[in-house]
Design a protein around this ligand. Structure first.
Ligand code: SF4
Length: 432
């Protein structure tokens, strides 16, 4: 696609950059992650230690949601039952959000328990549920079959219900601001574990567990999750196959899957360039989000250690390639951190790098970091935030400040800084 055609009448090679007045260094210090004593683990080659492959540990027993409909039918036949039973089982799970054999009254009574055992091994056990924002945000802590803990966050917005899902137990990307990253990668989540977060959330919504419920009536469809962001624990593109299987199952019509719109699904990454290129080849109209957080390699090397493998230019090229292949506008996530990445010249540099690739292909979402009192991981001031957003918009890069709700806000990867609230939550989890 010719980027010049998307310029709303402006030439792609004429970015309107605001000249930055040089400021004395003392006026705007440059804070770095190591300022708080953080040191990057590195290997013998001096490069940051990153875990791309999951440790070879046991995965959960295969669940109905791990299988295609054809595989479910084959398994049902193997158990000596007609293939159509697979559709009934799938409907119970994907439409009625249940795996309780007692509720599957359309199945032969004497085979229900056996079928439930074969298709519905326990996946997520609720450990804790925290409700905030007047009931409009619900944060879940789940225990998996092997004791690993993951989170998902359910949020009601006007006109949509969003679920922020986890894709890995822990994470191997080692970002200094992220409690999950500091703990390392335990294992990849299975396709069914990823999907079960959505099914469980839908069950909670159906039971009235998400506040400010819409008035029923007028033949309106029952409410359910219609927007999914892969911004919880883990780097989704490091668990590529299972995440993509989950995405396929989310958009497959019932009884194969959840029958969601692909456009309501956002897959984010900190910048695994080869996987971004692979995602572009999938030809699914999902939204792609890049958690950039810095436009210059010098800072991004510190802030996002995977930048040591794929630099800003290569990652932006891959993101632009996604737009070129799919026609879908890319989101750039940018957590504004006081005196670290919020300098006006960085807004200008970001605009310059994005505009250099064309216009109309990208949207920037700065997010003020949740303030952590006494830490370097602190939100930018309101004035600095405003200037950052204004500079990008003035340069022709559509930029919208995101709201700071629940987990979704915590830096686009879901894990930016263990805030005081997070620490209290963690203590509550441990106690609970
Ligand atoms: S911010 Fe995201 S990619 Fe980085 S360590 Fe945390 S979960 Fe992983």
């Amino acid at each position: 696609m010719d980027p010049n055609k998307l310029n709303h009448g402006e030439a792609a090679d004429a970015p309107k950059l605001i000249k930055t007045r040089p400021r004395p260094a003392a006026a705007r210090p440059q804070v770095r992650p190591k300022a708080e004593g953080w040191t990057q683990l590195s290997g013998p080659d001096g490069r940051p230690t990153l875990q791309f492959a999951s440790p070879r540990v046991k995965q959960p027993q295969t669940h109905l949601a791990d299988m295609t409909l054809a595989e479910r039918e084959a398994k049902v036949v193997e158990l000596g039952l007609p293939a159509f039973r697979a559709k009934q089982l799938s409907k119970h799970y994907f439409e009625h959000y249940t795996s309780d054999p007692e509720l599957m009254t359309d199945l032969p009574k004497d085979r229900r328990s056996e079928l439930a055992e074969a298709f519905f091994p326990p996946l997520l056990t609720e450990v804790k549920r925290l409700v905030t924002d007047d009931g409009a945000t619900v944060k879940f802590l789940w225990r998996l079959f092997d004791g690993a803990l993951v989170e998902s966050v359910l949020m009601r917005y006007p006109g949509r219900i969003t679920l922020c899902v986890s894709s890995q137990c822990g994470c191997g990307m080692n970002c200094p601001f992220c409690a999950t990253g500091q703990a390392g990668l335990t294992r990849n989540m299975s396709t069914a574990e990823i999907l079960d977060q959505v099914v469980q959330a839908n069950r909670v919504i159906a039971e009235g567990g998400l506040g400010r419920k819409r008035e029923a009536g007028n033949g309106a469809e029952p409410e359910r999750v219609n927007n999914i962001v892969f911004m919880g624990m883990g780097e989704p593109l490091a668990n590529y196959k299972r995440v993509m299987n989950a995405v396929h199952r989310m958009i497959a019509p019932s009884p194969e899957g959840l029958g969601m719109s692909a456009r309501g699904i956002t897959v984010s990454t900190v910048g695994l360039a080869p996987a971004i290129r692979k995602l572009a080849d999938e030809d699914i109209p999902i939204t792609f989000a890049l958690s950039l957080h810095a436009p210059d390699d010098e800072l991004r090397d510190d802030l996002i250690p995977v930048n040591s493998r794929w630099k800003v230019e290569e990652v932006l090229d891959a993101a632009y390639g996604y737009y070129e292949k799919t026609g879908r506008r890319v989101s750039i996530e940018y957590a504004l951190i006081k005196d670290m990445n919020d300098h006006p010249w960085r807004a200008d540099l970001l605009a310059e790098k994005l505009n250099a690739r064309g216009r109309g292909w990208v949207h920037v979402n700065p997010i003020p970091l949740n303030p952590t009192p006494g830490s370097i991981w602190t939100a930018s001031t309101r004035e600095v935030t405003r200037e950052f957003v204004d500079r990008l918009n003035a340069a022709g890069v559509p930029t919208t400040l995101r709201d700071t709700r629940g987990k979704e806000i915590d830096g686009a990867c879901g894990q930016l800084v263990a805030t005081e609230q997070d620490k209290r939550d963690a203590a509550a989890y441990a106690a609970g």
